[in-house]
Design a protein around this ligand. Structure first.
Ligand code: GAR
Length: 215
């Protein structure tokens, strides 16, 4: 089986990148993480990925004269590594419609809420303020709309009455680490795809990316 070479774009801690690298260590996993790119030179994700034997590229956005040139450099690295899929994993730069268009149906993002609730920043704070009893995370195809693309998979977690942002974030993050590898595998295997801005499922797989609370 040929595995789909995949790039992961990060800006910080890199725990989702780590989960994807761990999944991709299994030779039967349908995607192979062959490149990690960070726009932040100090991101802890960089050392972690290098220690895991992954090729790492640094593309500091502050060193580029324009956002367009920053994205051109991203694209150059991705294409030089022959990557066919791109996963955003805590990548904190908004990508232009032009760049998103180049990767339509081939770029995924993980967001720490049950979309379409709480897109953008401070998802956990806003979930707590809204008093929701369930929160979670979503993996979606990236479109021009921030955190607004078609949803591939979601994992729900309960919100405890005494949760603060940190405790809720930790519970959601554990779910993220389970969900992202499942969703990437579904895309890499061709079991789910984006057509005309909507999700198209292989009927067999449609339940695979729905992770529910255990209690
Ligand atoms: C994750 O919780 C991810 O969902 C979130 O940033 C964190 C990155 O953690 N992404 C966003 O908020 C993007 N809108 P990580 O670096 O440990 O994977």
């Amino acid at each position: 089986m040929s595995r789909v070479p995949t790039a992961v774009l990060v800006s910080g801690r890199g725990s989702n990148l780590k989960a994807l690298l761990e999944a991709s260590r299994d030779p039967s996993y349908p995607a192979e993480i062959t490149l990690a790119i960070s726009n932040e030179p100090e991101a802890p994700a960089i050392d972690m990925a290098a220690e895991a034997g992954c090729e790492v590229a640094l593309v500091p956005h502050r060193d580029q004269p324009s956002h367009c040139q920053f994205e051109t450099l991203l694209q150059t690295h991705i294409l030089e590594s022959a990557c066919q899929l791109v996963c955003l994993a805590g990548f904190m730069r908004v990508l232009s419609p032009a760049f998103v268009g180049l990767w339509a149906g081939r770029m995924l993002n993980i967001h720490p809420s049950l979309l379409p609730s709480f897109p953008g920043l401070d998802s956990h704070r806003r979930a707590l303020e809204a008093g929701v009893r369930l929160s979670g995370c979503s993996v979606h195809f990236v479109t021009e709309e921030l955190d607004g693309g078609p949803i591939i998979g979601q994992a729900a977690v309960p919100v405890a009455p005494d949760d603060d942002e940190a405790s809720l974030a930790a519970r959601v993050l554990a779910a993220e680490h389970r969900l992202y590898p499942v969703c990437l595998a579904l895309v890499a295997e061709g079991k789910v795809r984006m057509e005309e801005g909507r999700i198209v499922w292989d009927a067999v797989a449609s339940g695979d990316a729905l992770l529910n609370p255990s209690a």
